[in-house]
Design a protein around this ligand. Structure first.
Ligand code: GDP
Length: 303
């Protein structure tokens, strides 16, 4: 059996965040050791890497407690304390992602442009490579390009895609996909949804309807409802997650484009502030550039 690296490219994709964070902290130490007041400067650096003020404040308070008795506030001492403090904020025990059953259904939601369709394609390949038989429902029937894009991904990866006509009711595409999923020996159904958040009422009704259709046709609700966000949007992504949480029960977050962003600090807030698990990280544009998330690898690669 092939051995897969679940965390492939995760450390590498944090390079920009690390450069920003670690580089700026090092420059505070350019005169040698620091004193307590310099810790406020470090707090600013955390905020600049898109950690919220609240969380950054908590981290610095925690760092102060950890280094209180230490006379030599060297760069190494502070970075180690930061690492431990951040690790304590994100080492939350979440239940495992629900993919181990014979048949599982994931809804993938998110605002247009964040990398949702690409992520659905990557996830399809990720699970296919791990021996699952995957089927994709292309329920974003409002964008002809979206449908084409997912069909191309399907052809590239050999995954069956159920898609509808342009402007067809997305829930009816979900219905057709669930029927196929039930009748054949598929293990995982990935449902790509539309992401026009500017029309929130419509989006809300649409997602609720897709959920109803899944429950009715499959006899159970979706196993996971994952929201895709773009790391480059930093704190604005947090707002998107909160908006979707008002609409559906979000069970986890997928963060794309971490490779091109220095705003990896957002991950700390997703877990600590919103209390949601980060399930996957997009680490590039090609099909295998997806990684599961590991709090240990994350903190190890921040500094
Ligand atoms: P959607 O509108 O949310 O479905 O977005 P798309 O899937 O069409 O992706 C938008 C753009 O983001 C495309 O150019 C993708 O190649 C790019 N993209 C998606 N995920 C990643 C990622 O993890 N890293 C990078 N660098 N680009 C990505």
């Amino acid at each position: 059996m092939k051995i897969f690296d679940k965390f492939k490219n995760l450390g590498e994709s944090l390079k920009k965040t690390k450069q920003e964070l670690s580089g700026k902290i090092s420059s505070i130490f350019s005169g040698g050791k620091i004193d307590g007041t310099d810790l406020d400067k470090i707090e600013e650096v955390l905020v600049l890497s898109d950690i919220s003020y609240k969380t950054a404040g908590e981290i610095i308070e925690g760092v102060k407690k950890r280094v209180l008795k230490n006379k030599d506030l060297t760069e190494d001492v502070i970075k180690q304390a930061l690492k431990e403090e951040i690790a304590s904020k994100i080492s939350v025990e979440f239940p495992e992602i629900k993919e181990s059953g014979e048949k599982n259904i994931f809804i993938i939601a998110g605002v247009n442009g964040v990398g949702k369709t690409t992520t659905v394609g990557k996830l399809g390949k990720y699970y296919t490579d791990r021996g699952k038989k995957v089927i994709i429902a292309a329920c974003d029937t409002f964008r002809a390009a979206g449908k084409e894009q997912i069909e191309i991904w399907g052809r590239r990866t050999g995954i069956e895609v159920v898609s509808g006509k342009e402007n067809q009711d997305p829930a009816s595409v979900a219905h057709d996909a669930v029927q196929k999923f039930k009748e054949k020996d598929y293990n995982l159904l990935l449902i790509d949804t539309a992401g026009r958040l500017h029309n929130k009422k419509h989006l809300m009704e649409e997602l609720a309807k897709i959920k109803r259709v899944i429950s009715k046709s499959s006899g159970k609700g979706p196993d996971e409802t994952l929201i895709v966000i773009d790391a480059g949007l930093g704190q604005n992504s947090l707002v998107q997650v909160e908006q979707f949480k008002e609409i559906v029960d979000i069970t986890g977050v997928i963060i794309t484009k971490l490779d091109g962003s220095a705003k990896g600090g957002i991950i700390i807030d997703i877990i600590h502030k919103l209390n949601l698990p980060v399930r996957f990280i997009g680490t590039g544009e090609t099909p295998d550039k997806i990684s599961e998330f590991s709090p240990e690898i994350f903190t190890d690669n921040l500094f």
